[in-house]
Design a protein around this ligand. Structure first.
Ligand SMILES: Cc1cc2nc3c(=O)[nH]c(=O)nc-3n(C[C@H](O)[C@H](O)[C@H](O)COP(=O)(O)O)c2cc1C
Length: 195
């Protein structure tokens, strides 16, 4: 698929067919997500891929899916055949920037922007686009229960889950009300030569 077409087709999908995602397809999507750039090539982005129905149901419970369904939405998380929890690690960046080739840089540990979140976002985007490229759909769910997900999945304390991506073959879904905002015109977001 042309890259521009992949970008155009991508949108957050919150309802899926029950068909499982073949293991080789999931492996390719994850392999692409791990190719995201990372500051100092720290590569602290990591992923927990969950396909077991019981565990997905528990994640859905932690994310208060029942309240979401009561509000009229599809049972998004529990029915999605795959959850990928995207993780990052501030500790890994601090360790990397203590290595000899980085430690000499002034303020090496004083980032004006937390790169661990920047790089996790880059992985998130690659994951979403790789899914479309494989004929899948994907959706990102933030969660207020990340600590619960961390415990459930045995994610070590120095690693931080930032949210989860659902993957599967798309079913008709109810789009986010936020989309009514429409895309801002390009002049509203791109400034040329100066703001
Ligand atoms: C950081 C981030 C967090 C989001 N969290 C949620 C979420 O918790 N639940 C949800 O339904 N959508 C969530 N979204 C999806 C956005 O609402 C969606 O990307 C936006 O409305 C644009 O729609 P589109 O991605 O389908 O083009 C999130 C998106 C991002 C980038």
């Amino acid at each position: 698929m042309e890259f521009s077409e992949t970008v155009r087709r991508r949108r957050m999908v919150r309802n899926y067919l029950p068909d499982p995602v073949p293991a080789d397809v999931l492996d390719r999507v994850l392999d692409r997500a791990r190719r995201a750039p990372s500051a100092g090539f720290t590569q602290a982005q990591s992923f927990v891929a969950v396909t077991g129905a019981d565990r997905r149901a528990e994640i859905a419970r932690l994310a208060h899916e029942d309240e979401y369904v009561a509000a009229g939405f599809d049972p998004w998380l529990s029915l999605a055949p795959v959850h990928v929890i995207i993780c990052t690690s501030e500790a890994a960046y601090r360790a990397r920037y203590s290595e000899p080739d980085k430690a000499g840089a002034a303020d090496a540990q004083d980032w004006p922007v937390p790169y661990w979140y920047v790089d996790a976002g880059a992985s998130l985007m690659l994951l979403l686009l790789a899914a479309v490229d494989e004929g899948l759909a994907a959706g990102f769910a933030g969660s207020h229960s990340l600590a619960g997900i961390q415990e459930l999945l045995g994610i070590p304390p120095e690693v931080m889950p930032i949210g989860l991506v659902t993957l599967g073959y798309p079913a008709p879904d109810r789009r986010s009300g936020s989309l009514a905002r429409g895309w801002k015109p390009i002049e509203g977001v791109v400034h040329r030569e100066r703001w």
